[in-house]
Design a protein around this ligand. Structure first.
Ligand code: NAD
Ligand code: DAU
Length: 351
């Protein structure tokens, strides 16, 4: 039985990963360590809460005493670090917590893992630290080319800079102490349980409630979309077979302009839910500061070395996602009825 700490397991990708792993394996125990910030939601994990191989611990990855206690209590073989402040817009208005969690928290996890895993200068057999990172650390692309693992880091937002900082500390622990680590850098995820501050769930929720659909700038910024379950399978493969010290980019060549995503959502809802939902809801608003123009991942390395490939096309994934939000209106209402209103007003209903 392997015992893994999954941090940030109550967030969007983390909760999908916890569910994916517990459904797939009977011989792993998962300790989900999550601070339950505004983005953490235990409702996401209802289907696994009684699983005997699942333990939830509320806590902060910056809390060294707590992490030390978990390593003392459990024979931890893997740390998968999802925990982060993850939203670019929030990082622009309040960068400090991004540095604390995404840089400081990462360093704290590495320090304690090293304390328990390094014996006489060698690492215990079978241990690994996996840092879940992002394509945003590479910065922005022009009209052509893709991000490769060798692309220099050039982050632009406080969020992406803090993620790049975390990645560099992970690299330093591999280079200096020989710690067995991997870093995955994935493109934009979408799917169930994504917090409605992010483009796709925000647009679905706004369209359903007949609010305007705020498109930043000219709407032509490009993101490379991956269905969340495909990201989970990539992390699972890197965790088990990734070569220690290596970085793996994860993406499925699904580049779309933001305006295309918004129009796809409108089209689906208009056809299947309410014929009065139409493009007149689109409202072009002030652009995001430092807005990266285009992301595009080259996933050749993870395909070649580990045999990973995405199984969900964008057309199938976006339909599944919209249907999920339609079937889970209560989940959305529980989130958007609370503090979310203050966030929404500060972002979209200024002045
Ligand atoms: P999310 O915001 O939905 O979830 C983050 C989770 O981390 C929440 O449950 C939150 O409570 C928890 N958390 C925050 N600070 C914490 C702390 N100090 N200690 C413990 N828990 C804490 O984020 P997400 O979209 O699921 O992203 C997860 C990870 O994947 C992040 O590291 C992010 O950088 C990375 N990533 C995200 C995407 C994407 O498209 N969403 C793509 C590539 C990589
Ligand atoms: O690329 C991976 C990254 O994807 C992750 O590392 C981040 O954690 C995740 O939040 C995401 O970042 P983005 O900034 O790309 O995602 P977001 O959903 O915030 O925005 C997607 C695009 O849509 C971006 O170009 C900004 C635009 N946008 C976003 C919102 C919320 C709008 O036009 N209107 C909006 O209201």
């Amino acid at each position: 039985m392997k015992t893994m700490i999954v941090t940030g397991g109550a967030g969007f990708i983390g909760s999908n990963f916890v569910i994916y792993m517990l459904n797939k394996y009977n011989d792993i125990k998962i300790i989900n360590l999550d601070k339950l910030t505004y983005a953490g939601n235990l409702e996401n994990l209802k289907c696994v809460q009684d699983n005997k191989n699942y333990v939830f611990v509320q806590g902060d990855i910056c809390d060294s005493e707590l992490i030390d206690k978990l390593f003392r209590e459990y024979d931890i073989s893997h740390v998968i670090n999802f925990a982060a402040e993850s939203h670019v817009d929030r990082s622009i208005t309040d960068p400090d917590i991004f540095i604390k969690t995404n840089v400081g928290g990462t360093a704290n996890l590495l320090n304690i893992a090293r304390k328990y895993w390094e014996v006489d200068g060698k690492y215990k057999e079978g241990v690994k630290y996996l840092q879940v990172s992002t394509d945003e650390v590479y910065g922005s692309l022009g009209d052509t080319g893709f991000f490769m693992e060798t692309t220099p880091l050039d982050p632009h937002s406080p969020y992406s800079a803090s993620k790049a900082g975390g990645d560099l500390i992970v690299k330093a622990y591999a280079d200096t102490y020989g710690m067995p680590v991997n870093i995955t850098r994935c493109s934009n995820n979408y799917g169930p349980y994504q917090f409605p501050e992010k483009l796709i769930p925000l647009m679905i929720n706004n369209a359903l409630t007949k609010k305007s659909l705020p498109v930043y700038g000219d709407g032509k910024n490009i993101r490379d979309w991956l269905y969340v379950e495909d990201h989970c399978s990539a992390i699972d493969m890197v965790l088990h077979n990734g070569k220690p010290g290596e970085v793996y980019n994860v993406g499925g060549h699904n580049e779309r302009e933001n305006i295309h995503i918004v129009k796809t959502i409108i089209g689906y809802l208009r056809e299947h839910v309410d014929s009065t939902i139409d493009e007149s809801l689109i409202k072009y608003v002030e652009d995001r500061k430092g807005h990266d123009r285009r992301y595009g991942i080259d996933p050749e390395k993870i395909k070649r070395e580990l045999g990973w490939y995405p199984v969900t096309t964008f057309e199938v994934g976006i339909e599944k996602t919209i249907k999920w939000y339609l079937d889970n209106k209560e989940w959305m209402n529980n989130i958007t009825s609370g503090d979310y209103q203050n966030y929404y007003k500060s972002m979209y209903e200024k002045g």
